[in-house]
Write a protein that binds this ligand. Structure first.
Ligand code: XMP
Length: 518
């Protein structure tokens, strides 16, 4: 956002560059990550950073065509911090020397010892002698550049911490952004303080500026927004509504595959509490009709995706004259990543909730969360007054319960699944576990089993319960409930939900499993 101090992270392709941005955002510093090959002197001038960080990366500075920042970065007069490959880039560019291999590679934990001189960047470090850091380098600096001095060494990195204090150029061999460098956050805090950042990039400020930008972009035109009830689209809708009021219409497509009471909750909250124009498109008959007899997971997903777009378009057209489509796209979806593996050098990930629609309907996008990480979206939601229980909700997939009902979907099965899922989630909440778990849900299995209840034989459905911990859904571990919890939950479900006589707990991690069953 324009009037804040801005920090530029030049990305050389490290796996952990995003973590640098996370650490800085935690300090209320606005930063952007840009790949090195998109940053030239003109870009630097236009971006006008108050400080620059050169990230790590897998290349070697002595490669032909090694990735380099524009020369101008060293003559801008702003503080620089080079990390790992970024340190090597600084040394190589400023008259030092970098060498490869020779048994000095370091991966993992290392301990840095201070030299005699104190460096303000290291305030709070070395109180108990050495500090643990996380290294991941093959090459190493063998001669530091003129003007630099060494402030910390490790057994395999004699130049672990170096600086040219007069120019405020700092260069470290390790990665302070990862948690395995326990004092890393302190190093970033010192860096931004020394660079003069005020730490004024707060959610309150973000909210005000985002509202101003939305008004500028949209003018007096109409905007439509697909509301799923998930955190991202909800926060985007509330923010846009605050900016432009009833120029916004939300379309909530109810495909009949939602959880117990979910449609009512979403409609009540947005229509009654926030007074938003909201179309509740109850299209469950259409979706469930089209899914009748379908058991192949891919056919289910494609059917739902296609109908969703048709339905959304129908209602969006009915709003009349909307020129913009609002989406809850997040920053990780738009960061361009550096690729060294051939093919196009830059991959752009873009995320379209209603893929293809903007082009088809000639709509422009409003994406007010494009600069935020997921936890920042939650913070913005809190700032906007969304209820905490809503903000902390587990993710729910677009195809809904369809992919938690392997095999054919029937109204009977969906009904059983909704009730069982509600009991399971209630159990998790009662035991105070909801916020420790990334996602939890029940799935109804495509089989019946024999049981005995009272004096009678039963022949009912079996359920699978799933609960995982994860950071981003890409990998996941199953949640280690106690046996007591599992036993109590199975008993409650079987007693409270007619049609279920057996409960399994899924203890597969991802990989090899996926989180959803289909
Ligand atoms: P999987 O099952 O692939 O799920 O391990 C990873 C995460 O993604 C969610 N998921 C979806 N979300 N549309 C969505 O919006 C989908 O089609 C979809 N499929 C899976 C899933 O709930 C989990 O959080």
């Amino acid at each position: 956002m324009t009037h804040h101090d801005r920090l530029l992270i030049i990305d050389f392709g490290s796996q952990v560059t995003q973590l640098i941005a996370r650490r800085l955002r935690e300090l209320n510093v606005y930063c952007e990550i840009h790949p090195y090959n998109r940053v030239d002197d003109a870009f630097l001038k236009a971006f006008a950073p108050k400080a620059v960080i050169l990230s790590g990366g897998p290349a070697s500075v002595y490669w032909e065509n090694a990735p380099m920042p524009p020369a101008g970065v060293f003559s801008m007069g702003v503080p620089l911090l080079g990390i790992c490959y970024g340190q090597q880039v600084m040394m190589h560019s400023l008259g030092g020397h970098v060498e490869g291999g020779h048994g000095t590679a370091e991966f993992g934990r290392a301990f840095v010892t201070p030299t005699a001189d104190r460096l303000p960047l290291l305030e709070g470090w070395f109180e108990a002698g050495t500090e643990q850091v996380w290294m991941s380098h093959g090459d190493h600096v063998s001669k530091i550049a003129p003007g630099f001095q060494v402030y910390g060494t490790s057994p395999n990195a004699p130049f672990a911490i170096t600086a040219d204090v007069a120019r405020q150029f700092y260069a470290v061999q390790f990665h302070p952004e990862v948690h395995h460098t326990p004092k890393g956050a302190q190093l970033y805090e010192n860096f931004v303080r020394l660079a003069g950042f005020k730490g004024d990039w707060t959610m309150g400020a973000y909210r005000e500026e985002a509202i101003r930008k939305i008004r500028e972009q949209v003018g007096d035109q109409k905007v439509i927004c697909g509301l799923s009830g998930g955190v991202d689209s909800s926060v985007a809708a509330v923010l846009i509504h605050e900016a432009i009021g009833d120029q916004l219409t939300c379309v909530f497509v109810d495909h009949g595959l939602l959880r117990l009471g979910e449609a009512e909750q979403v409609v009540t909250m947005f229509r009654d509490h926030y007074n938003m124009p909201l179309i509740h498109a109850d299209e469950s008959a259409l979706f469930l009709g089209a899914l009748e007899g379908v058991s192949d997971p891919e056919v289910k997903r494609k059917t739902i995706g296609r109908l969703f777009i048709d339905v959304f378009q129908k209602h969006a057209t009915a709003v009349g004259g909307a020129k913009f489509l609002a989406q809850g796209t997040l920053y990780p979806d738009v960061i361009e990543s550096v690729s060294f593996s051939g093919g196009p050098s830059v991959t752009i990930k873009s995320h379209h909730n209603v893929g293809g629609l903007p082009e088809k309907m000639g709509l422009k996008l409003v994406e007010p969360l494009r600069e935020l990480f997921k936890d920042e979206v939650r913070a913005l939601g809190r700032e906007l007054g969304l209820p905490p229980s809503f903000i902390g909700r587990h993710p729910f997939p677009g195809p809904g319960l369809a992919i938690r009902c392997p095999g054919e979907i029937t109204s009977e099965k969906l009904d059983i699944l909704r009730k069982a899922d509600a009991v399971y989630i209630d159990q998790i909440r009662r035991h105070g576990l909801y916020d420790d778990i990334w996602q939890a849900f029940a799935a109804i299995l495509p089989m019946k089993t024999v049981g005995v209840m009272g004096d009678g034989r039963t022949y009912d459905y079996a359920l699978a319960l799933r609960a995982v911990t994860s950071v981003d859904g890409m990998t996941a571990d199953y949640y280690p409930f106690t046996h007591e919890f599992l036993g109590e939950t199975a008993t409650r479900i079987i007693n409270e939900v007619k049609g279920v006589n057996r409960v399994f707990y899924d203890c597969t991690s991802k990989p090899p499993g996926t989180i959803e069953l289909e």
